[in-house]
Write a protein that binds this ligand. Sequence first.
Ligand code: PLP
Length: 372
Amino acid sequence: MTSTIDDYRSTFDGEPGYLNWASFGPLCASVRDEVVADLGMLGTGRASSIAHVAEREGEARALLAEILRAAPDEVTLQPSTTYGIMHAVYGLAGGVLASPAEFPTIPTALTRAADAFGQVRPQWLAPRDGFVTPEVVADAIEDDTTALAVSLVDFRTGYRADLAALRDVIGPDRLLIVDAVQGFGMVDADWEAADVVCGNGYKWLRAGRGTGFAWFNARARNVIAPVLSGFHGAEGGTTVDAVPAPAVSSQAYTVSGPDPLAAARLAAAVGEVAAVGAAAIEEALAERTGRVIEIAQRHGIRIVTPLDPRRRAGIVALAPDNVAALGAELANRGVTATTRYSTVRIAPHVGTDDETIGLFDEACAAFAQQRS
Ligand SMILES: Cc1ncc(COP(=O)(O)O)c(C=O)c1O
């Protein structure tokens, strides 16, 4: 089924003032309806109804694969992004490049894996502005570097990594492990440059928590030992009275059976993205973030996020000289955003309406007036 960007935009029905999609995405109507229908079916006790809901796992994996331009059997469902990253990082050996300023998912997995097994060695990058650029990575590669772990979109600065350029600098043999939770579904990334892509549906996909996923390509499966593999990841499926080897497919990087209700929410949400296409969403979102940037610039508020639309996605990080004061002006007008560390993080989505953008403009104007 195909749809237009206007169809997609019309699925946003939240209240004005919401600019916090990088934190949590209010659930879309199709996800809410899907849950109600599936809850009803799971309540009947009818085998056919229970089987019907269970089929959502396959649907979700097929739709994720469509977006990733990958094979459905390479995609696994996970409780969250962090679980997928842990499967990837715990099974590595050698040096792994990562920025310590990433969202804690990557630095924590790397540190814990090093402490527990002594097989991986964190190779911490020191990007000046927090941007994991190809240059920063090229300077840090060592002979025993086996992988780079990076966010597609940095949660703090909004910087969007250039996956193709990162692949060029690490070469064909090292793994590129991507935490895509801040970009999946609204950025048409160069997924083919990556080996592992992990994400979750509770932000930009509007599917609620518990809707994580992870994709492992053949190169990743050759290199990453499935050390966290559970009974669900065994070759031949669940087996009693014996413990088979982990599956040769990506299912090796799973622990227990997936939650069908979470899979159903994810399938509904990713289906909407697949119908319109991530490229169209990216273009429409760039227009909204462009408006945010233009307003911040007009009011003299410093922007941390790159201005080049190819190097940003949905996050615009502002660094006003008084973070609390801008945060208060936003809150006074009913604008929800994230004010933390030294930035105010503004995260609109395609369905962010002009009223919300107007409230943001008013808050910035009041802040600028206060400072003058
Ligand atoms: C870049 C990034 N990675 C990972 C996470 C956490 O993801 P999850 O809750 O799916 O494990 C977040 C949450 O904000 C994030 O911004």
